[in-house]
Ligand binder design. Structure first.
Ligand code: UD1
Length: 423
């Protein structure tokens, strides 16, 4: 059954929205729970398709995974008896690669069909493999399947040639039960890397330095069960911040960690929006107040704490109506520009040259039939449609459902006219 979002735009978003648990942390913490010899309870999990897919995979492997009230999942990995994950199990879930590190670390064997996920350019996993090989794993790649075997993983120094979130987390998962010390050099510093390290430590792991570019892991013999609450989603929060600014709205964004949002706050302020960080005594919040039209600004995506590539696409939708010309340089995924054609159909004026997009601001976008090509492109189209004059129908919303919890419900509560339609 085909579904799409219909959005009647040109209305300011107003009110408050609560951010869900971080997708990119959840998709690593759920597989990481395999490493425990006991049951784990994960809290603040986002209700998104990627998490459902992972739960199904774990169950097919023999674990018991059940959702419990309050966005929690209980995972008992003790029954795992299948160490191969086939393509029909992983489907579009790119982050399924974390099962490789987790299974290898716990059982010394893993077979994983190479992951799908968003089409945003080549996404090699050579650094994951390099790291696991350094720990002593034997890894072969045959017919689209990675097979990893190790009698006993041994700590080692791993230097990553590129800063990779996935490789940093995956090698951390493989190393936590390895013998001796592992040092990850040129590690990614994203908030979800720190969250996974905190989870491993909560299970009895010894991981130090997460959040810096050198992570040291002292292997332990076993990990125990625990309860762990996942951090709020930096990218979901950023998407709502951009949407608030793009619609000239006034939105309070709750359940956030302000330091994770510094890059986006800085860029929104530079574009003329008002961003107020606050603490109501119980929790932090950020209030974003938009203007009629933003000022043009330039953005370069970079690993954390730089401007996140995942917000490049929504930000481009916002800058499409800026006064003046903006330049966005995409340094992480060179082909992450699938949304550009759709924005152009809404009246945006954007020219691409390699990794650079030049956006000539127009007064307003107009609604159009739109097609999401990946998760964050979908988010960009929602931002564009909310600010545009007229009606937009956004198709391929399965991409959006992979990563945004109840997005239509949250936007409706902010006064948006958004409807999930079914053919
Ligand atoms: C993660 C995020 C994704 C985000 C991205 C960058 C998850 C589930 N996804 O993706 O939302 O956009 O980080 O912040 O957390 N690379 C290699 N070899 C490797 C691995 C990566 O060359 O083995 C390159 C990639 O092609 C890319 C860069 O390194 O150019 C960064 O990729 P990486 O940080 O690994 O992204 P993901 O973990 O796939």
């Amino acid at each position: 059954m085909k579904q799409w979002y219909q959005i009647k735009g040109n209305r300011p978003l107003e009110g408050a929205v609560t951010i869900s648990g971080a997708k990119n942390a959840a998709v690593a913490v759920v597989p990481a729970s395999i490493l425990a010899g006991e049951c784990c309870i994960l809290e603040n999990l986002p209700c998104i398709d990627d998490v459902n897919t992972l739960k199904d995979i774990l169950c097919k492997m023999g674990a018991k995974a059940t959702f419990t009230p309050g966005d929690c999942m209980q995972i008992d990995p003790t029954g795992i008896n299948r160490f191969s994950v086939t393509f029909d199990m992983v489907g579009t879930l790119r982050a399924s690669y974390y099962l490789l590190g987790a299974l290898l670390g716990r059982y010394g064997y893993a077979e994983l069909a190479l992951p799908g996920g968003c089409v945003i350019g080549p996404r090699p996993i050579d650094q994951h493999i390099k790291g696991m090989r350094a720990l002593g794993a034997e890894i072969v790649l045959e017919n689209g399947i990675v097979k990893a075997t190790a009698k006993k993983l041994k700590g080692a120094e791993v230097y990553f040639d590129v800063v990779s979130v996935g490789a940093t987390i995956n090698v951390m998962l493989a190393a936590v039960l390895a013998e001796g010390q592992t040092t990850l050099v040129n590690a990614a510093k994203e908030p979800h890397v720190v969250d996974v390290a905190n989870f491993l430590n909560m299970m009895g792991g010894r991981v130090k330095g997460a959040g810096t570019d050198i992570i040291r892991i002292s292997g332990v013999n076993k990990l125990h069960g625990c309860s762990y609450a996942i951090i709020p989603d930096q990218i979901e929060a950023g998407t709502f911040m951009v949407a608030a600014a793009a619609t000239g709205g006034d939105v309070i964004i709750k359940n956030i960690i302000p330091t994770h949002l510094e890059a986006i706050s800085a860029k929104l302020m530079e574009s003329g929006a008002t961003v107020i960080e606050g603490d109501d005594g119980r929790e932090f919040y950020i209030q974003v107040i938009g203007n009629d039209r933003p000022r043009a600004i330039n953005i370069k995506t970079l690993p954390y704490p730089g401007f996140p590539t995942d917000l490049q696409q929504p930000m481009m939708a916002y800058l499409s109506t800026a006064k003046g010309n903006s330049i966005i340089v995409e340094n992480i995924f060179e082909e992450r520009f699938n949304h550009v054609g759709e924005l152009i159909r809404m009246g945006a004026v954007i020219t691409l040259s390699g990794r650079t997009a030049m956006i000539e601001g127009v007064k307003q976008l107009t609604g159009a039939p739109l097609y999401a090509t990946d998760l964050r492109a979908g988010a960009a189209l929602i931002v564009a449609a909310l600010s545009a004059r007229g009606v937009s129908n956004i198709h391929n919303i399965e991409f959006i459902d992979r990563g945004y919890e109840h997005i239509a419900k949250k936007l409706t509560a902010l006064g948006a006219q958004i409807k999930r339609c079914t053919e």
